[in-house]
Design a protein around this ligand. Sequence first.
Ligand code: PEP
Length: 245
Amino acid sequence: MKPLLAGNWKMHGLSGSAKVLARRLAELDLTSMDIDVVVFPPNVHARIVFDEIAKSDLGLGAQNMSEHASGAFTGEISGEMLREVGCDYVLVGHSERRSLFSESSDLVAEKFRSAQSSRMTPILCVGESLEQRQQGMTSKVIDEQIDAVLNLVGPSDLCRGVIAYEPLWAIGTGKVASPMQAQKVHAEIRAKLGGEGSGTRLLYGGSLTSKNAAGLFAEPDIDGGLVGGASLDGEEFIKIARLLA
Ligand code: PEP
């Protein structure tokens, strides 16, 4: 399957820096690299980024979306609105959404379904806290997060999405999971998906940089990465992309 690298810009930068970063990344020759690279700018910069990358193979995504199609939901953005500005992907259930904005696994599942109804590919983020890992609950937590989506959309639609394993203790902390730790979880996710999941892309995320990516990308069930902090530095993100190619 074609590897995927996703860059989550979170709530950083203004339109000027978004434009400069997008322009630099648009220079990447993705055809020769044979990987997909998608950037996730703040929604308000989506059109600016889209215009910069329109002639490249770089993809555009959103960091979040409403589970509703339209209506009186002040401050929310629908899947169709994101499609209209050129988004093909959307993150659902990023740990910052789950923990800071109290998004439940059931709500995340609704967003996953809504993304697919809007013809976008959802990237379902799952992962355990340090405490949960220390209590031996990693598999249980991830199972529950995936089951919420599985129960709502069924196995085929779940497998058409992307799953990003992002241990909370590794996000933005500089503490990366070891290749062995990440592979163990990825293999469990792959096994859970069954036959239909053999082509589902499973990404690792959490303090990924050009210094640690090679070992993680070498694992058989790690099909790419979701990068936060390091995706804001164009040269660093390009280095990570080259390690995936
Ligand atoms: C993320 O936000 O999904 C992430 C993985 O962040 P970082 O790479 O900064 O840990």
